[in-house]
Design a protein around this ligand. Structure first.
Ligand code: GLY
Length: 354
C-alpha cells in the first residue's frame, strides 16, 4: 500500500497548497457535508490551490454513508468532467473521509485524494490508514477498500467547534492509542482535563496519537497482524453499539469503545496479566467522563451474538480479542469463551454501578 504523508498543520492553507502542488492534478474537487461546509470550509477556501475547486456537498452524519450518496459523488465527479488525473479533497468527519476515500478509490479505477479531517475521531483514526467504505444492508463499513489518501492534513483548530460529546468520542480512540503505545502517553491522557479543553496542550497530544496509528498501519496496512491492536475495546464496543442501535438509542462510537475497553481490560487482566492498578485507573477515567451504558443479564446472549456475528471476531466457540499484558504490550488473536465474556459483562456492571 502507498505511504501516506501526515501533517500536523499550523497553517492549513499553506499545508494544503503544498499538498496540492506535490500531488499534481488537472481538475480539483472538494467534498464536504452540510455542517462542515458552514463551519470549516471558509477556513480553507483562502488556499490559492482551492480557488478553482468544484464543491460537492453531501448530507451530514452516518445515515448518509450509503450507496446512494456514493453514487451522487460519482455522478458529480463525472458530470463536472473529472478525469483519472483529478484530485478529491475530503473535508469533514469520518463519514466524509470514509465515503470520499472510497469514491476516489473507485472512480475511473482510482484517483488521488487528500483528507482534511475536522473531528477528533477522524483526525486520530478514520482519516489515517487507508480504510475507506460505506455502510450497506444495515451493516457498518460492509463495502470498502484499503486505499490511502496521499496526504492527511490535521488542523486541530477545527476542534473548537466540536460538541463535548463528539470530542469525547474521539478522545476514546486517543485513550486506546495511549494503552497500546506507552505509559507516558497513557498517563498524560488520563491527566488531561477533558471538561475544560486546553487546545494548545491538546495539539501535540493529537500529534502523538496520530503517530501511534501511523506507525501501526505502516507495519501492517492490511490488518493481517499488529493492526489488530487498533481493535482494542472494539469487540465488546461494537456489541454495545449494536445493542444501543437496536433499542433506538444510538451511542457515539467512541463512547461504546470506552465502555468496551472496560470489559477488554478486565479480560486482559485475567488472561494476559494486565496490571490491576492501571486497569482501575483507566476504568475510573471512563466512568467519570463517559457515564455508563446500562444493560442487564437478560441481554448477555444478545451481546455475545453480536460479538460472534462480527466476522473479524469469530472463531469456533469463542471470540477473538486484542488484549494487553501491559500498557504498550499488545497480544493480538487472544480468545475468550462465553463464560469468560459473561464474567467480563458482570464485572462491567459491578464496577460501573449498574
Ligand atoms: N480503525 C481501526 C483501523 O484503522 O484499523
Amino acid at each position: 500500500m502507498k505511504k501516506q504523508e501526515v501533517t500536523l498543520s499550523e497553517n492549513i492553507r499553506e499545508d494544503l497548497d503544498r499538498a496540492l502542488t506535490r500531488r499534481g492534478h488537472d481538475k480539483l474537487f472538494v467534498l464536504t457535508d452540510e455542517h462542515t461546509a458552514r463551519l470549516c470550509l471558509p477556513l480553507v477556501l483562502g488556499s490559492g490551490g482551492l480557488a478553482e475547486a468544484t464543491e460537492i456537498h453531501i448530507g451530514a452524519d452516518d445515515t448518509h454513508k450509503t450507496l446512494q450518496t456514493l453514487a451522487d459523488v460519482w455522478t458529480a465527479l463525472s458530470r463536472q468532467g473529472a478525469t483519472r488525473h483529478s484530485l478529491l479533497v475530503n473535508l469533514g468527519g469520518g463519514m466524509v473521509t470514509d465515503l470520499g476515500g472510497f469514491a476516489a478509490a473507485t472512480f475511473k479505477r482510482g484517483i488521488g485524494y487528500v483528507n482534511i479531517p475536522t473531528t477528533l475521531l477522524a483526525m486520530v483514526d478514520a482519516a489515517v490508514g487507508g480504510k475507506t467504505g460505506i455502510n450497506f444492508n444495515g451493516l457498518k463499513n460492509e463495502i470498502g477498500a484499503f486505499a490511502p489518501a496521499s496526504h492527511v492534513i490535521i488542523h486541530t483548530e477545527f476542534l473548537r467547534t466540536l460538541s463535548h460529546r463528539e470530542f469525547l468520542s474521539g478522545y476514546a480512540e486517543m485513550l486506546k492509542h495511549g494503552l497500546i503505545s506507552d505509559t507516558a502517553h497513557w498517563a498524560e491522557l488520563l491527566n488531561f482535563d477533558v471538561g475544560r479543553v486546553d487546545y494548545s496542550a491538546l495539539r501535540p497530544m493529537v500529534g502523538r496519537s496520530v503517530e501511534v496509528k501511523r506507525r501501526v498501519v505502516e507495519q501492517d496496512p492490511l490488518e493481517r497482524g499488529i493492526r489488530k491492536a487498533l481493535n482494542l475495546g472494539h469487540t465488546v464496543g461494537h456489541a454495545f453499539e449494536s445493542l444501543a442501535l437496536a433499542s433506538q438509542q444510538p451511542v457515539p462510537h467512541g463512547y461504546a469503545v470506552a465502555w468496551g475497553m472496560v470489559c477488554e481490560l478486565y479480560l486482559s487482566h485475567l488472561l494476559t496479566g494486565f496490571p490491576r492498578q492501571k486497569m482501575r485507573q483507566t476504568i475510573q477515567f471512563v466512568k467519570e467522563n463517559y457515564g455508563t451504558f446500562a444493560f442487564d443479564c437478560q441481554q448477555y446472549d444478545t451481546l455475545y451474538d453480536y460479538m460472534t456475528h462480527d466476522k473479524k471476531n469469530a472463531s469456533a466457540g469463542s471470540v477473538n480479542f486484542t488484549l494487553l499484558a501491559e500498557v504498550g504490550d499488545i497480544r493480538v488473536d487472544q480468545t475468550a469463551g462465553k463464560e469468560l465474556i459473561f464474567q467480563a459483562l458482570d464485572f462491567y456492571r459491578e464496577c460501573m454501578g449498574i
